[in-house]
Design a protein. Structure first.
Lengths: 96, 363
């Protein structure tokens, strides 16, 4: 059973338990949550910086397409998969 | 997380004192030998040094960390260093206003322990009336929009109620539910025959947890931790000795794990005498079980040696008398019979209920 695709109107935001921070030792971003952390690649970090409850997924994809000069449809797939994964883990929430 | 040695998490065991007397407490059984010796300034210095070493996570633990009157100040110091701080508490003693202060000081998350879904059973295992207070604290945490982890230690006396425990966690809107089978070291080892579950109990509970995990995806994270007595492979204890974690005891000992100071022959340094960086890099006790040089066979040539690092040093010592032995939880250990015997005993219900030994200060 696969979950229904995410709407591009959805505005994701960090869950109360998630904290995005720079790791001064590596210069890379991490998503911290109780007792654990996810090491982020540059795309992941760029997505999460925009997960403020203000930006819709469509806007996030558009911004990333400029920043990473990527093919929008490929990026869209990447963003949706990434965001869905973090929604499933309760690290992101959908803003009302 | 990287596979390289890198400090990620500082566990600050602020005090071993606790109003509860849980029969599986993970503190050492010689509590009195490690009284509170660190001042507020000492702890803040330790936090600073840990941050400089690269630590990102700070667990404020104990005993009961709420017994430290300077907890707000410590949380505030952790916040200034940009730590992800996690308060690991029984919820006793706490009033709502203090939780508000802790949040205002920058606390990131709260883990509350619960012993069972039934008040009388929870209180019996905790050795004190505390169930209602714990539920109240859990509600305050959610009202204040702090992330809530509920930790329930599982054993043969509460495994049958795992579905009720999950339902209770759901009703409390818990973000993360840790269903962790007891680790049979320290107090839990003394109570092992009364706590170790049977295979059938575990299998049934694991199915319930698995279904709940799937059903609650995205709402509540459900973790089910098997006891290593039934896993046939040892746990990757602390993700490797002195690799990602550093723990400081109430009397200031810098340790690789919760019970390392119960191992003989290792000289652990005190944070009042040596910097954390110096200890992390140069302490002989930290070097003792790092890497693979210390490993005996069958670990030395095992393909899983980088997966589980030979298991738990404390379990190895407390069961075999040798801290450098392969963890007997591993089926390849020559001492694995110690585990299978305990397991065999646990398949039968005792004819008379076994007494529990409560945590206490032994002088």
């Amino acid at each position: 059973m696969s979950a229904p695709a995410l709407s591009l109107e959805l505005k994701p935001k960090l869950a109360p338990k998630s904290k995005l921070r720079l790791d001064p030792k590596t210069g890379k971003y991490l998503l911290l949550y109780p007792e654990k952390g996810l090491l982020l690649n540059p795309t992941g970090a760029a997505i999460l910086k925009l997960c403020d409850g203000e930006h819709a997924l469509s806007a996030i994809v558009a911004t990333l397409a400029v920043e990473f000069r990527g093919e929008p449809l490929v990026l869209q797939e990447e963003v949706l998969t990434f965001v869905q994964g973090l929604l499933d883990r309760g690290l992101l929430q959908a803003a009302p | 997380m990287t596979r390289e040695r890198r400090l990620y998490t500082l566990i600050a065991e602020l005090t071993y004192l606790c109003p509860l007397r849980c029969v599986y407490c993970s503190n050492p059984t010689n509590l009195a030998a490690h009284p509170d010796r660190l001042s507020t300034a000492d702890w803040l210095r330790v936090f600073q040094q840990a941050a400089e070493l690269g630590a990102l996570q700070l667990n404020l633990s104990g005993g009961e960390p709420l017994l430290r009157r300077d907890l707000e100040e410590l949380v505030s110091g952790a916040h200034a260093l940009d730590f992800y701080s996690n308060l690991i508490t029984s919820g006793v003693p706490l009033v709502r206003a203090r939780l508000v202060s802790l949040k205002e000081a920058g606390l990131n998350s709260v883990q509350v322990s619960l012993q069972d879904s039934v008040a009388s059973e929870s209180d019996r295992i905790a050795g004190r009336e505390s169930f209602q207070q714990k539920l109240e604290v859990a509600r305050w945490v959610k009202e204040l929009d702090l992330p809530l982890t509920l930790n329930v230690v599982l054993h043969r006396q509460n495994l049958a109620r795992i579905a009720d425990i999950i339902a209770l966690a759901e009703s409390l809107k818990v973000d993360r539910l840790e269903l962790a089978n007891a680790q049979y070291v320290a107090w839990a080892l003394e109570n092992r025959s009364a706590l170790l579950p049977s295979q059938a109990q575990l299998d049934a509970a694991r199915e319930v947890a698995k279904a709940a995990k799937e059903r609650l995806k995205g709402r509540m994270e459900v973790l089910f931790v098997l006891p290593d007595y039934y896993s046939d492979r040892p746990k990757a204890c602390m993700s490797g000795w002195a690799k990602h974690y550093l723990l400081v005891s109430p009397d200031g000992l810098a340790l690789p794990c919760h019970l390392a100071h119960t191992l003989p022959g290792l000289d652990f340094d005190n944070v009042q005498e040596r910097s954390l960086a110096d200890i992390w890099q140069n302490s002989t006790a930290f070097a003792a079980f790092r890497g693979e040089a210390w490993m005996p066979e069958p670990c030395k040539s095992c393909e899983r040696r980088e997966v589980d690092f030979g298991g738990c040093r404390c379990q190895a010592f407390h069961l075999t008398g040798d801290a450098a032995a392969t963890d007997p939880a591993c089926s390849l250990s020559p001492k694995h019979g110690l585990i299978t015997e305990a397991r065999a005993q646990a398949q039968q219900s005792p004819l008379i209920p076994l007494g529990l030994r409560y945590r206490e200060i032994r002088r």
